[in-house]
Design a protein around this ligand. Structure first.
Ligand SMILES: Cc1cc2nc3c(=O)[nH]c(=O)nc-3n(C[C@H](O)[C@H](O)[C@H](O)COP(=O)(O)OP(=O)(O)OC[C@H]3O[C@@H](n4cnc5c(N)ncnc54)[C@H](O)[C@@H]3O)c2cc1C
Length: 388
């Protein structure tokens, strides 16, 4: 076991760190207030080649992998969790295509995504289907060789700016997971519309969209993999693959929050000395560091597993442990960091209230904390997660 980055990984980390400081940090507070998607940040990622990290070289990406993506997202999230999501979204909608798409689908969509010429969104959640994704109600009904899509998707990150979406719909009469298929749908398809956006607590730089499919005609070449019934599997494997990257958003956010509070504590005086000299405050920082380091190792291990191709069910618990721990840690650390600033931490003059609001999103997306525990408990009971 070696705890050191390769030359390529270190370069990606340093590039992301530079972009985070130069381009992301100055925009973070502003996009939180404007609630507008940061096209300039996307452009910054494109310029330095961060958008194709998980896309193989054969399809125009760098093929670096999920671990390098996690490293980059961690750096970005130190200043802005929403911008970390912008980068994560370079992988979320391309991953189902990578996992299950035909050669033609890969050639059509992956190079464009890697070059930043097409933004995607991942459409799974619906008004009556969240954690229980198998209950989704969007339907794709055969019409000759084509399908006609009807349904509604909710909370879709990046849905307002997407050029294409990967949408999951029922194709079979079977109500279980085998009746679900994934489709690649360009957003200029007739019948596709964004019905609205949400007013939300955090991660406000990336609007979430309510998307409607009204008699959207899609050809058989848009069915992922060309065969019905694999959509649920593709969606779940995609979520498994990117759990470490959601965790990395939490790790980066927590590091940024702690670092900010530390500088504040060195300057702020109470009872005649800097509050950093109070042991109660020092112990808060020590606890933050313990939590962050533990989460980082879990996230790196999980990302490494994914890059070894071990993101199937037998390793799902380790991916879930990393996601649950890192995201819950981010909520705790950002809350404690805010506390160090006292009233100032509560004010929008400092980034800590934003970090705290943003952290809260992480416990909900891509499988809630409760769903991660369902996965972990199942693995323990079914002896998939064993301690010999
Ligand atoms: C900011 C934001 C961005 C998002 N972006 C996207 C996106 O891009 N694409 C997309 O498809 N979705 C997206 N989502 C939706 C997100 O994936 C869902 O919110 C999530 O899967 C949970 O579903 P739900 O909100 O319907 O909660 P529900 O499934 O209704 O759950 C409600 C509560 O019950 C708990 N619960 C449910 N089932 C169980 C169980 N079996 N055991 C224990 N507890 C359980 C949950 O943990 C939760 O606390 C986004 C959400 C947010 C907040």
């Amino acid at each position: 076991m070696q705890f050191q980055l390769s030359e390529e990984q270190r370069l990606i980390q340093e590039t992301a760190r530079r972009i985070a400081k130069e381009r992301v940090a100055p925009r973070a507070a502003e996009m939180d207030v404007s609630e507008e998607y940061p096209h300039d940040i996307f452009e910054a990622f494109r310029e330095v080649g961060l958008l194709g990290l998980t896309i193989p070289e054969a399809y125009g990406g760098s093929g670096a992998g999920v671990f390098p993506l996690a490293l980059a997202v961690e750096e970005i999230a130190k200043y802005c969790c929403a911008s970390g999501l912008v980068l994560l979204l370079s992988a979320l909608p391309t991953q189902p295509i990578l996992i299950g798409g035909s050669e033609e689908q890969k050639q059509t969509w992956l190079p464009k995504s890697a070059r930043g010429e097409a933004k995607g969104a991942f459409c799974l959640t619906e008004p009556n289907s969240g954690s229980d994704a198998s209950a989704l109600e969007t339907r794709a009904v055969r019409d000759g060789d084509d399908y006609i899509l009807n349904g509604e998707k909710m909370f879709i990150s990046g849905g307002t700016v997407a050029d294409f979406v990967v949408a999951f719909a029922k194709t079979g009469s079977d109500n279980g997971t085998r009746g679900i298929s994934g489709f690649i749908v360009p957003t200029d398809s007739p019948g596709f519309s964004v019905a609205g956006t949400d007013r939300k607590m955090g991660v406000r730089g990336v609007p979430t969209a309510n998307i409607v499919f009204k008699d959207v005609r899609v050809g058989p070449e848009q069915l992922i993999g060309g065969e019905e019934g694999h959509g649920f599997n593709h969606a779940m494997l995609t979520l498994n693959t990117l759990r470490p990257v959601v965790g990395a958003r939490g790790v980066g956010l927590a590091e940024g929050a702690m670092t900010y509070a530390l500088e504040f504590a060195r300057e702020r005086k109470a009872f005649g000395k800097p509050i950093a000299e109070l042991q109660a405050i020092q112990f808060m920082f020590a606890d933050m560091a313990i939590q962050i380091e533990a989460a980082r190792l879990l996230v790196y291990q999980a990302a490494w597993l994914v890059d070894q191709g071990k993101h199937q069910r037998e390793n799902a618990a380790l991916l879930s442990i990393a996601k649950a721990f890192a995201t819950e840690m981010a909520v705790k650390v950002s809350s404690d960091a805010l506390q160090v600033l006292g009233a100032q931490g509560y004010m929008m003059d400092h980034p800590l209230e934003r970090h705290y609001r943003d952290a809260r999103q992480l416990m909900i997306v891509e499988g809630t904390s409760q769903i991660q525990r369902v996965v972990i408990a199942r693995a323990l009971l079914e002896r998939e997660l064993v301690y010999p």
